[in-house]
Design a protein around this ligand. Structure first.
Ligand code: GRF
Length: 210
């Protein structure tokens, strides 16, 4: 069975979706860099071990990442899931988890890497928006996208309504991708290519919100 660690900084609604999905992998621990993240409560309620590693206690990003690496090793983790984890990870750390670390980002990557994606979509007047699940690489929000949740932006959408609608999609898409990884329907090959259900993954799998 795949041992999963989820890294969080905030509310943890994606963590909750993963807990509720009854994955074939096991969430063995949740790490937060913020002691008051509500995600920690969710983990405790689900009897999942938690660990707080506060970035401000470390003098460098390397030292912080090393502390995380130690915890992940102690839990014997196979797959790292970033779920609203608001720290940029060092290239050294990311390389250690190549092909074994996933992130979810609230935009249709490669559009709108970084922050404030809903506002930027509204400013541009885009018709389509959504979320993307991708393997993590050292470059921010740049690893290959596995799946996307897509929605149509309505004329009366606001940052808040888009955030809520994108979250709904995230809760659908992320558990599905993680489950594919756990039951080996999603495979990151040694050459960096990805296969899904025994076929090369040439473009993201899309889920649409009606
Ligand atoms: C999500 O919108 C995710 O795309 C982004 O951070 C947010 C986390 O939300 N990376 P939650 O803490 O899972 O509710």
């Amino acid at each position: 069975m795949i041992n999963i660690a989820v890294l969080v900084s905030g509310s943890g609604s994606n963590l909750q979706a993963l807990i509720d999905a009854n994955l074939s992998g096991k969430i063995v621990g949740v790490v937060s860099n913020r002691p008051n993240a509500y995600a920690l409560e969710r983990a405790k309620q689900a009897n999942i071990q938690t660990c707080v590693i506060e970035h401000k206690d470390f003098s460098s990003r390397e030292a912080f990442d090393n502390a995380m690496q130690q915890q992940l090793r102690a839990w014997n983790v196979d797959l790292v899931i970033l779920a609203g984890f608001m720290r940029i990870l060092t290239a050294d750390f990311v390389v250690k988890w190549e092909g074994r670390m996933l992130n979810i980002h609230p935009s249709l990557l490669p559009s709108y890497k970084g922050m404030h994606t809903h506002q930027r979509v509204l400013n541009t007047g885009d018709v389509w928006h959504g979320c993307s699940v991708h393997f993590v690489t050292a470059q921010l929000d740049a690893g290959q996208t596995i799946a996307q949740g897509v929605l149509q932006v309505n004329r009366n959408d606001t940052v808040e309504s888009l955030a809520a609608r994108v979250h709904q999609l995230e809760h659908l898409v992320y558990p599905q991708v993680v489950e594919w990884f756990c039951n080996q329907q999603l495979i990151y090959q040694s050459n960096g290519k990805i296969s899904h259900k025994n076929k090369p993954l040439t473009r993201p799998i899309q889920f649409c919100q009606m």
